[in-house]
Each structure stands twice: as structure tokens, then as C-alpha cells.
Design a protein around this ligand. Sequence first.
Ligand SMILES: Nc1ncnc2c1ncn2[C@@H]1O[C@H](COP(=O)(O)OP(=O)(O)OP(=O)(O)O)[C@@H](O)[C@H]1O
Ligand SMILES: N[C@@H](CCO)C(=O)O
Length: 293
Amino acid sequence: MRISVPATSANLGPGFDCLGIALNLKNQVIIRPSKFHSVSLKGEGSNNPALKDNNMFISIFNDFYYNLTQKKRHFRFEFFNEIPLSRGLGSSSAVIVSAIASAYAIEGIKVEKARLLNLSLAYESHPDNITPAVMGGFNVASVHENEVKFITKSIPKTLKAVVVIPNRPISTTLSRKTLPYKYSKEDTIFNISHSSLLTAAFMSENWDMLKYASADVVHQQFRMKHMPELFEVQKTALKNGALMSTLSGSGSTFFSIAYSEDSQKLELALKEKFPHFRVMSVDFDNNGVKIEI
Ligand SMILES: Nc1ncnc2c1ncn2[C@@H]1O[C@H](COP(=O)(O)OP(=O)(O)OP(=O)(O)O)[C@@H](O)[C@H]1O
Ligand SMILES: N[C@@H](CCO)C(=O)O
């Protein structure tokens, strides 16, 4: 059985913990029953010993598999990872979603995407990465009475993402601790109105509105001040054709959207100015998690 799951960029500026989008940058895993437990890793994280000895995918998979079957079996796991770890591209959500989906799929049990999403919520309490990881596309997601309520919109081929990935990892848990405990009424209104405008811009494909609607005052400035070069990344992106440019999730990646015909120019400008960072143009993903038996 093979399963693939996309990277995701959460928040999109003002939509803290509720907006997210899927990227065509994927983790894949092939799982086969085997006489012994074994793991092979290629790509991102392959030189990280923790991913061989204490892998979050395997522990979530084993828990779900045991709960479903009451059996303990051995498997061979072959991981091919494209999503960088702890860079704000939803690596943990990708692991959670694909581990749960695999435990069901390997037993031939069908699980609806909405159910998979709600099972994933137990491992990541904010739904802005797990929803696009499951569904693909742009997503607005809220937790209402312990259930994720969401709306998905496909992204057309006329748009591309350009990501700038610094070599410094940022843990989401630690990064959330740097945020203020309380916000003023003005800042709260600013973010609610911008997040609503941004959602409407995606839904109506009013791409020229993204630049204004993607402004945020609740999290980016507090996180970016620990890596001030990111302010320069944002300025350079907006000067070179980005329709919007925001911190991806909790960072450290910076995420921009451009018309496809402008994305190469944007990628080159960012590569030239930030040669020490990884810069890539990536298509959007409109499928979400995919399983092949
Ligand atoms: N391919 C992987 N295999 C196993 N565990 C992984 C993998 N990718 C990420 N993880 C786990 O997820 C942790 C990173 O989660 P974290 O929430 O800090 O970052 P992120 O999900 O990449 O960022 P964000 O939520 O801001 O998009 C890693 O420390 C590791 O424990
Ligand atoms: N909304 C989350 C995304 C990262 O998982 C945050 O900004 O902390």
C-alpha cells in the first residue's frame, strides 16, 4: 500500500489557526506486512536518527492499527519525504493524517475524509494544516463543538506558490509560546476583517485583493523578529510580483503566491537576494491525502 500527503501552509497571514492551503510537495510511504519491523527513509529527515528509532508516523499508525484489529503485526515502512521538518510546511500534520489513513487502509477499511480529519484533530488541535492535508486546495476550517467544520476551494493552475525555506527549524509549540497572551479590540477586529476579506478573495478568485487582505497583526511580527531577515524576504517578494507573501504556519518558511507566468521571475529574485535559503516554485495540490492499495 502506498500513501501520499501534501505539504501545507497555514494562517496565510491573518487566518491564524483557521486558513490553510495544500502544496504539491509530498511525503509518501509504502507499507507492507513483514516478518520483522523495518524502516527505510529517503529525503527530508533521512539523516535524523529520531525518525528511525522513535518515528511519530509509526507510533500513531501502531496505535490505530492495534485499536482497529487488536493485533500486533510487523510491517516494513519505506518513507520518501519531500516536506522539510519544522519549517512551517505542515510536516507534523502530514504525518498525523497519513498515519491514521494508512492504519485503516491496510486493513481494507474505508474511512471518510471528514472522519479522518476529526481523528487527526486529537493530535493537532488547530485545523489549519490538517484540513488541507486531507482535502487539498484552500481551506477555511473551524472547530465547532469538537468537530472540524470546513469549506474547500480548488486553486487554479494559473497560480503558483514560491517558498523560501531557511535552514533554521522552528518548533510550532515553542513558536506559539512567543505570542502575546492577550490582544486589543483593535487588533482583533483587524485580523477578523482581513481574514474574512482574504477568504472572500480566494472564494471569488479576486487575486488582486490578496495583497491587502493578507495583512496580519496577531502573530507574524512576533515570530519574524526572531529571524529579522524574513521581513526582507517579504519585501522582496512583494516587489517582484508576489500577490501575497506571508510567514508559513509558525515559520521559518516564507510563502508567496504569484501568477504562474510571474513565478519564475519571483523565484530568481528571491534566489539572488537570499542565496543561503532554499527557494522553490511549487504547484498547488487540489487532492489532499491519496491512498493506492
Ligand atoms: N516525516 C516525518 N516523520 C516523522 N516525524 C515527523 C516527520 N515530519 C515531522 N515529524 C515530526 O513533527 C515535528 C515537527 O512538527 P512542528 O509542528 O514543529 O513543525 P511543522 O509541522 O513542520 O510546522 P507547522 O505546523 O508550522 O507547519 C518533528 O519534530 C517530528 O517529531
Ligand atoms: N496556526 C498554527 C500553524 C502551525 O502549525 C500556528 O501558527 O501556530
